[in-house]
Write a new protein. Structure first.
Length: 285
């Protein structure tokens, strides 16, 4: 399902950071497969750079594991799963007890729909750091994607929120709200999403979209439309998920012209999306 993306500037900053990080932690043979020239590798001409220009290799295994895990997470975010797995392999080669590497590897396997492997990786991460908020949040997200495990997932989001050191509690609240919606717990979803909106630093686009979905499910169509308008006002190009909700709201309100306009946008922008396929089949709920 399509989701509201993070701002592009954040991703560009991460890419710039990744280029610098790879230069600092490169080991012999490179940190990732070199396909047609790796832009993260400043030495592509063959041979070995002069000693004065060779990148320093962090001596601390924990530091190497951390850097390569963060690189693996970056490649996961931009959809390069093969390189993500390679970075995570290097991270765990440096420190086999580095729980975040197992957690991110679980996300990668889940994205590849390799669910038994994902479960195994998350379990390893939880065995090592059962109270780590990021590990709990990631495992909760994984469970939420498994049919029938949506309610179980919320336990792990709440575990993440117990940590006073958790830097992004709004993420866990938003995830809990989404999964409560999927489980049909509308009261719980309202509670979690309200907290996510209150704590969000970016205006709470995702929790606001989910809040609009909550109003739609309750039949509060005008409130759903008002909440969704706050999202549409900010994002440059609505995702298929956003367009689909807007279309269904207008359909129930009887606004045929608006419904037709949204259907045309869905068809032209996302013809292969699950949302457009539902539209073609008449699956509006």
């Amino acid at each position: 399902m399509n989701r509201i993306n993070r701002p592009c500037l954040v991703l560009l900053a991460l890419v710039f950071w990744a280029i610098q990080a790879v230069a600092q932690v490169s080991h012999q043979g490179g940190t990732a497969p070199n396909q047609g020239g790796n832009p993260a590798n400043p030495y592509q001409g063959g041979g070995t750079p002069p000693p004065s220009q060779q990148p320093a290799i962090p001596a601390d295994p924990a530091t190497r594991a951390k850097v390569h895990t963060e690189l693996g997470a970056l490649y996961y975010q931009i959809g390069n799963m093969a390189v993500a797995l390679e970075e995570l392999r290097i991270a765990l080669e440096a420190d086999s007890d580095y729980a975040p590497a197992y957690s991110v590897r679980g996300l990668v396997h889940a994205q590849l729909r390799e669910f038994p492997q994902a479960e195994e990786q998350f379990r390893k991460a939880l065995d090592l750091t059962p109270n780590d908020p990021e590990v709990n949040n990631n495992y909760g997200w994984f469970l939420c994607q498994q049919p029938g495990k949506e309610r179980q997932s919320i336990t792990y989001f709440l575990n993440a929120l117990k940590s006073p050191l958790y830097a992004t509690p709004e993420v866990a609240y938003g995830n809990a709200g989404r999964c409560a919606l999927k489980a049909g717990d509308l009261e719980g979803a309202e509670q979690y999403l309200s907290q996510a909106i209150r704590m969000s630093r970016d205006g709470g686009l995702m929790p606001r979209f989910l809040y609009a979905t909550l109003h739609y499910k309750r039949g509060n169509l005008q409130l759903a439309k008002q909440e969704l308008a706050k999202v549409l006002k900010v994002i440059n190009q609505p995702t298929a998920e956003v367009l689909w909700l807007a279309l269904r709201i207008e359909r129930k309100l009887g606004n045929r012209m608006e419904e037709g306009s949204l259907a045309a946008q869905l068809r032209s922008r996302y013809p292969d999306s699950p949302e457009y396929q539902d539209f073609l089949k008449g699956n509006f709920e």
